[in-house]
Ligand binder design. Structure first.
Ligand code: ADP
Ligand code: ZN
Ligand code: MG
Length: 480
């Protein structure tokens, strides 16, 4: 059989760090990047005799996430201890939720490549605490533990095994990320580990209903690695099966450099977490009013913005999708268009040149260094004819390097468009004189020659000549 006879099955367990000010069971700050072990107290360092107190905001944020992903919210929920030993887990158990998660039975809708929509079911969303972090090999080959992250609140969003390709998994993650950003419960900074996914992959022969044995790759935090890892791992599993072998259920480690997965530990099922209700915490009981109140105060979600962009600004479905995928991009769009009043131009700049530069620099939209005002100003300068769009591209490059007022940039660089008739005429005459063959070609009916001449004039003026004026004047001269 060949690869085409197999179907990939993927289920994701996504961990999102919540952006509450303080940790889940103590009042230490959650801020990222502080000096090791400075955001700690006896509770999150697990000193004997300390008691956890649940941060109400954590429940609120998790309920928000549940409502935004069509979940049922449990009125009656609790915290459980998940027991295991690891040096970054000071209590030797993690406070999580076992059989009574806060949210269940939700779904997220994704769009497939053929334009169809597909619902990916969510099994559950539960709250739990993050572990600390081990820093390896920095000090003479040893490892040191940093407990700043211990007790940072997480929600874990578990999907049903409904995803059928790496692309679908990527779409799902992007959608989930954008929803969490919109409702402002997580900053979703993947590069800082605020959003990370455990990726479960199995394969089965097309047409069969039973699932194959899965492997799991833990703590993945880039879309690109997730896509590569799924594709590699599915291929590996198919090879094993084709050669008559069987897939072992195991935890794998994805190595980005070699592009391969490696075995980390096997017999995942044998892990016995000995869950039991945490006796130090009370049950979580939510009233109807409490849930209603959160529901009524949910901010606008990407779906609704998308529809609005099509309606209000006449953008295409595709462009609206791309813009609203990131709240940051979408906010930038709304703010900039409010200033320059040219929604189409703002959308075009963001989706073409800005996105291209982000890709090249491997940056996320929230790392765009310039402001909406600066972007809007550049577009206005083009609209007024002060600069050409070719110069606009150069201004944009500058805005990425050293963001400041575009007007200042073009003054400093001497990029103001030449719109002076005399100056334009001078260039036109010079180019006509230097290119008699093109002049003859144009007169013989080859319209393309005009484009070449305009191009030459642009080159001569380093992109600064007003292209409409050039066109007009060339035509006038050529028709003489
Ligand atoms: P745990 O990882 O704690 O054992 P589960 O067994 O419930 O939890 O599954 C965790 C994740 O694995 C879920 O996202 C689920 O969709 C996914 N999953 C379960 N079975 C398969 C499978 N055969 N192939 C791919 N993904 C799977
Ligand atoms: Zn603490
Ligand atoms: Mg798992």
């Amino acid at each position: 059989m060949s690869r085409e006879d197999y179907e990939i099955v993927i289920g994701l367990e996504v961990h999102a760090e919540l952006s509450t000010k303080t940790k889940i069971f103590c009042s230490c700050p959650t801020e990222f990047g502080a000096a090791p072990n400075t955001h700690t107290c006896p509770i999150c360092m697990a000193m004997p005799g300390t008691l956890p107190v649940l941060n109400e905001k954590v429940v609120e944020y998790a309920v928000k996430a549940g409502l935004a992903t069509n979940c049922e919210i449990s009125r009656d929920s609790k915290n459980d201890r998940k027991n295991y030993f690891y040096p970054d887990l000071p209590k030797s158990y993690q406070i999580s939720q076992f059989d009574k998660p806060l949210c269940e039975h939700g779904y997220i809708e994704i769009e497939l490549e053929n334009g169809e929509k597909k619902k990916i079911r969510l099994t559950r969303i539960h709250i739990e605490e993050d572990a600390g972090k081990l820093n390896h090999n920095e000090f003479g080959g040893g490892s040191l533990v940093d407990l700043n992250r211990a007790g940072v609140p997480l929600i874990e969003i578990v999907s049903e095994p409904d995803l059928r390709s790496a692309k679908e998994a990527e779409e799902y993650l992007k959608k989930l990320k954008s929803i969490l950003e919109y409702i402002e419960v997580s900053d979703c900074k993947m590069q800082e580990g605020s959003l990370r996914a455990d990726v479960n992959v199995s394969v089965r022969k097309k047409g069969t209903t039973e699932f194959g044995t899965r492997t799991e790759m833990k703590n993945m935090n880039s879309f690109r690695s997730i896509v590569r890892a799924i594709e590699y791992e599915a291929d590996r599993q198919i090879d094993v099966i084709e050669e008559g072998g069987i897939i072992e259920q195991e935890t794998l480690r994805w190595d980005d450099v070699s592009g391969k997965t490696f075995s980390m530990r096997d017999k995942e099922d044998a892990q016995d977490y000995r869950y039991f209700p945490d006796p130090d915490l009370v049950a979580i009981r939510l009233s109807e009013e409490y849930i209603e109140n959160i529901k009524n105060n949910l901010p606008e979600l990407p779906e609704s913005r998308r529809a609005r962009y099509i309606q209000e600004f006449g953008l295409s479905e595709k462009d609206s999708n791309l813009l609203t995928a990131s709240k940051h991009l979408s906010n930038l769009f709304e703010e900039a268009q409010g200033i320059c009043n040219n929604a189409k131009a703002v959308a075009n700049w963001l989706l073409s040149d800005v996105s291209r530069i982000l890709n090249e620099k491997e940056l996320e939209p929230d790392q765009i260094p310039f402001t909406a005002e600066q972007l809007a100003k550049m577009i206005t300068l083009i609209d007024k004819g002060t600069i050409s769009s070719a110069i606009g591209k150069k201004v944009l490059e500058e805005l990425f390097e050293e963001p400041k007022d575009p007007e200042e940039i073009i003054k400093e660089k001497g990029w103001i468009q030449i719109s002076d008739e005399g100056a334009i005429k001078e260039v036109v005459m010079k180019i006509l004189e230097a290119n008699p063959q093109s002049v003859a070609d144009f007169k013989a009916g080859k319209d393309k020659a005009l484009g070449f001449l305009v191009g030459q004039a642009m080159k001569e003026t380093k992109g600064k000549a007003n292209p409409q004026m050039l066109n007009k004047m060339f035509l006038e001269e050529l028709k003489k």
